[in-house]
Write a protein that binds this ligand. Structure first.
Ligand SMILES: [Mg+2]
Length: 246
């Protein structure tokens, strides 16, 4: 049987059609099963409206911002930086961040393709979850505006947050699925892709502008399995690469 299989594969590699033998071929190219998709919120399900550089400047001060930026060319983890500050300084920082997030909420828009993708997942009985570093209030408002619920939806209150894999592993446990049956979709290489890869999930980077094509991202530790420039592309990507059987 083993020999037949190898021979069959050999014939295939040489492009010969042995249709009578194809029925006994084990499914060597079986697509992985997909049971759930976990989304990032800001910049993935919603159009990015938070001016992150301006937020970092205000929280850190211009001098500290430039210093930290030069040390972290692929992105600043602002929550991580302020965690070691004194309670007073930290409180002020959180207030500034909340202000910027509120401005973002006031202008909240749903990302093109997001509703269609979620409808597609629902039609295939594929679970939808959400992980954000934003606060629970923002997730609640998003749910109201979007009109579909993501469950679980983990916000900043769930520790440790992305890029730690803990929130994604928590969702997998809640769903009763393995991480390799789940895809994480997000617009951040350092948070979403890192979280997904650390958890052992498939990852898809949403890169609308092609900014991750620039050289400074070439040597980053975690690379996405897939990349799209719009959520509109995601349905066909999932259909092509995964077993979506209900
Ligand atoms: Mg994001």
């Amino acid at each position: 049987m083993q020999i037949l299989t190898l021979r069959t594969l050999h014939f295939f590699q040489h492009g010969r059609a042995f249709s009578s033998m194809t029925t006994s071929i084990p499914s060597v190219t079986a697509k992985p099963r997909l049971r759930g998709v976990v989304f990032d919120m800001d910049g993935t399900l919603t159009v990015p409206v938070i001016d992150f550089p301006a937020m970092y400047r205000t929280v850190l001060g211009e001098k500290e911002y430039l210093k930290i930026k030069s040390e972290n060319p692929t992105g600043i983890d602002i929550l991580h930086h302020i965690e070691t500050w004194s309670p007073d300084k930290q409180k002020r920082a959180y207030e500034i961040i909340a202000d910027f997030e509120k401005q973002g909420l006031d202008r909240l828009q749903i990302m093109p393709g997001a509703s269609e993708l979620c409808g597609f997942l629902d039609s295939r009985n594929i679970r939808r979850g959400l992980i954000t570093r934003n606060v629970k209030g923002a997730v609640d408002l998003f749910h109201v505006r979007f009109g579909m619920i993501f469950s679980p939806a983990l916000s900043r209150e769930f520790r440790p947050y992305k890029p730690d894999p803990a929130p994604l592993l928590h969702i997998c446990t809640t769903w009763g699925v393995q991480p390799d049956e789940v895809m994480m979709i997000g617009d951040s290489l350092k948070d979403d892709v890192a979280c997904g890869k650390r958890a052992g999930a498939f990852t898809c980077l949403l890169d609308e502008t092609g900014r991750y094509d620039s050289p400074e991202y070439e040597s980053t530790e975690f690379k996405p399995d897939y990349k799209v420039t719009s959520l509109v592309e995601a349905c066909s990507l999932l259909e092509k690469n995964f077993d979506l059987a209900t």
